[in-house]
Write a protein that binds this ligand. Sequence first.
Ligand code: SAH
Length: 209
Amino acid sequence: MEASNSALVSHLINAGYLKTGRIIRAFERTDRRLFVPKEFEMHAYIDEPLPIGGGQTISAPHMAAIMTELLKPRRTDTVFEVGTGSGYQAAVLSGLVKKVYTAEVDRKLASFAARNLKKAEIKNVDIFLKDGSEGLEYYAPYGKIIVTCAMPEMPRAMISQLARKSILVAPVGTGRIQELVRAIKSGDRLETEHHGACAFVPLRSAGPV
Ligand code: SAH
């Protein structure tokens, strides 16, 4: 069992999930304990997903690490995230980019994330209580888009909200196991890569619950 956030980060480095210096430092600065429910605090530094209420989970740290590395975050990026959940992924990204806009469809989770981000003293993340499946047109275009719930297919609306040079990372598939996909946009070209299997909770398309 990992006894501290820095032990967890060492595990993510040793296992090859974390590679980039500034991403490693962002994971070091983001104490995962602040983003899990009180009853699971003793498990915060284990590399496993944990329940956060409403049948949802905070992703396993290695999945947050893989997605953050794939996203190649830059200091000047504006990021859109679908699926705020606990706020942990948004918190990691907040230290690497200019601004994070994140959409959460579950009212209780949106306020859970807001409390967690406040505890972590993070100020450049804005949470929107809304269905994020069509993106967030208002602040587009985005340098980076990260989807942390399973999309049944490549999210067309979000792709149209990407900047001319940009990256989208999303789990795509309808089953319990999906494919982690990275789309790299460069001008009019869109290149799609597959990065292995993953298991995210499915996107919910109903309005706020
Ligand atoms: N990124 C989160 C983990 C996300 S779990 C973290 O770091 O903790 C997936 C989340 O996606 C859940 O909170 C779920 O409520 C949310 N979600 C599902 N469908 C959604 C939709 N259509 N729009 C926005 N959020 C959605």
